[in-house]
Write a protein that binds this ligand. Structure first.
Ligand code: SF4
Length: 314
């Protein structure tokens, strides 16, 4: 039987970013060099496939340091941790390796800088996300005010005369964040902010790539986890950008084929914590049902690389 045609528009860049590559390598190298088990506080990156592969090599994922035996190796996830966590690791004689993405660490330094200047810090981000918990935990309790939405920005009550500054989570929607910042700036003209926004290059590029294909796609799939902020944002960006029928899947096996009924074009991308092999898996499964033509649409090339901690080099 003749298969129906399906053009797959592959968004580029997609998938793993430099911060995720580095975090995964830190776990792998620590296991190679020092042997298993190596404990990892929180999912190293928000992707079950990656986590399960590392578990098979000897990583043990825990939510809190209390679950790590004294003297063991522990890696902190790419999302960053509150200051209390390395302090607790030291007190318990754990050997800690920090896989916090350098672009998240940069936001931590901004928070400290503003606080040292006597400014009240507003963090734009999503409550409960580990990156937000880590960034808020760089400063004393109550020093950071969290703003999640334009409504929050409209409602917060702060002294007009106070020195204020904003920072943001790295994986937010660019448009939503700009709208929140615009409200804050209108209400608090003395607001300080980063010279270049805190939303990272990887989030920016993946959102731009989705915008570039969204209007050409009957459907769009984002490979990523429901707790991956940047993946969830990609679905929203696709919907806002011209492809209302966009959905998130963890693996190819999650595809609901009824979703693709009647579609002649499919956009495909992956969040920053999803490896390329999961995208290939989707393409392969589509080939079993459709006569697939691939068109890669790359808005830019990424050459960002981050160094590993010194203890793991050479
Ligand atoms: S998404 Fe951005 S901030 Fe997060 S790990 Fe990747 S590069 Fe770093």
């Amino acid at each position: 039987m003749k298969k129906p045609p399906l053009t797959i528009f592959l968004a580029g860049p997609r998938g793993f970013c430099a911060g995720v590559e580095r975090a995964v390598q830190i776990v792998e190298r620590t296991i190679e060099r020092f042997g298993p088990p190596v404990y990892v506080r929180h999912e190293i990156v928000h992707n079950r496939f990656v986590v399960e592969r590392l578990e098979r090599s000897g990583a043990v994922f825990v939510e809190e340091l209390a679950a790590v035996p004294e003297g063991a190796f522990v890696v902190f996830s790419a999302h960053g941790v509150p200051k209390a966590v390395p302090a607790e690791a030291e007190a318990r004689h754990l050997i800690a390796l920090d896989a916090t993405c350098p672009l998240v660490s940069k936001v931590h330094r901004e928070a400290e800088h503003h606080f040292a200047q006597g400014r009240r810090v507003i963090l734009i981000g999503h409550a409960g996300h580990p990156e937000v918990v880590g960034t808020m935990g760089q400063l004393p309790a109550d020093a950071v005010l969290l703003v999640e939405t334009v409504e929050d920005a409209t409602r917060i009550e702060l002294d007009d005369a106070a020195e204020l500054a904003y920072i943001t989570q790295t994986t937010l929607s660019i448009e939503d964040t700009h709208a929140i910042i615009a409200v804050l700036k209108a209400r608090f003209p003395r607001l300080h902010g980063p010279k270049h926004e805190d939303i990272c290059y990887a989030t920016t590029n993946r959102q731009s790539a989705v915008k570039a294909i969204a209007r050409r796609c009957d459907r769009l799939l984002v490979v990523g986890a429901p707790n991956s902020s940047n993946s969830v944002r990609l679905v929203e960006v696709a919907r806002q950008g011209g492809c209302p029928q966009a959905a998130l899947i963890g693996r190819a096996r999650d595809i609901d084929w009824r979703f693709l009924e009647g579609a002649r074009s499919l956009g495909l991308t992956a969040g920053a914590s999803a490896p390329e092999i999961l995208v290939e898996e989707v393409v392969e499964l589509c080939r079993q049902r459709y006569d697939v033509a691939i068109e890669e649409v790359a808005v830019t090339r990424e050459e960002v690389r981050f160094n590993l901690p010194r203890a793991l080099i050479a």
